[in-house]
Design a protein. Structure first.
Length: 282
């Protein structure tokens, strides 16, 4: 991987949740290339270990761990292993998250006629689906932070980086639970930055715009590879008229983690969106 710039993270241990995904696996790889020992956490042990093996093959230090970000005991078990294998956590990337069909409406705009049709409306969203999405994104950020930020107390140069979304600024149609949860992540980032400020632990977040991942690929492209109607709307509202690439998150990530470059920055939610948040549509 070609990094936008190099920084020395030698001697630091980094924990990345959701590390089996496209975006967070790229972040884990970048941290390792900068010298950090990286713990890759994912609900799927095989996926986490597979991504760790890629880092090891390139000469980095990494190990994959199974962990459920919604279960304290699971996180504690992983934490105990990481302490033995890599040492205390210096950097935490809260990348686990996602949406679910049970928390998604079929249509962008409600029409009274939908009540008589086979259409999933706002009124049909199940509590369990909404709770799952909200918990995965918000509680799935809070619990790992509670577990791993304990290592940071009393130590210098420690940092937490959450993954929010452009949905936190302006909610997208059809996905109310995901949008609300990411807004909570942004707010929590600011709260935690203030809470930890006098301990010297910096807390920031990235707010990616639209990137193609395994989770959203089928929403953006049909099976034949042609773009969906939603893709057309996204690109029309993105001044740079393209999706982001995973590696385009890395410069911002490394900058915010760099104590020399960003040591006085905390509580920031940084958009990386090709101009999406700046465009009024006119």
């Amino acid at each position: 991987m070609r990094l936008p710039f190099q920084m020395d993270l030698s001697g630091k241990a980094a924990v990345v949740t959701g590390a089996g995904g496209i975006l967070c696996s790229s972040m884990a790889q970048a941290l390792a290339e900068c010298g950090a020992s990286v713990a890759l956490l994912d609900l799927n042990r095989e996926t986490a270990e597979e991504q760790a093996e890629k880092i090891l093959a390139e000469g980095g230090k990494a190990k994959g761990y199974q962990a459920n970000v919604l279960e304290k005991d699971s996180l504690k078990e992983a934490h105990e292993k990481i302490l033995k294998d890599l040492g205390p956590c210096d950097i935490l990337i809260n990348g686990a998250g996602g949406n679910h069909p049970l928390a998604t409406t079929d249509k962008e705009y409600f029409s009274a006629e939908d009540l008589d049709e086979d259409v999933k409306t706002f009124f049909d969203l199940g509590q369990s689906g909404v709770e799952f999405v909200f918990n995965l994104n918000f509680i799935g950020t809070l619990l790992p932070t509670q577990e791993f930020s304990r290592d940071m107390v009393g130590r210098e140069g420690c940092s937490i980086l959450n993954i929010s979304s452009m949905n936190a600024y302006t909610p997208l149609t059809k996905i109310p639970a995901y949008s609300g949860a990411k807004a909570a992540v942004s707010n929590f980032t600011q709260w935690l930055a203030v809470h930890f400020a006098r301990e010297g632990i910096r807390v920031n977040a990235l707010a990616p715009g639209f990137f193609v991942t395994k989770q959203n690929e089928r929403l953006l492209y049909r099976e034949d590879g042609s773009p969906t109607e939603r893709t057309g709307k996204i690109l029309a509202a993105t001044p740079m008229q393209r999706f982001g690439r995973a590696e385009e998150l890395l410069g911002s990530m490394l900058f915010l983690l760099n104590e020399e470059a960003a040591g006085f920055i905390t509580g920031v939610v940084l958009p990386i969106d090709g101009g999406f948040s700046a465009y009024s549509g006119v």
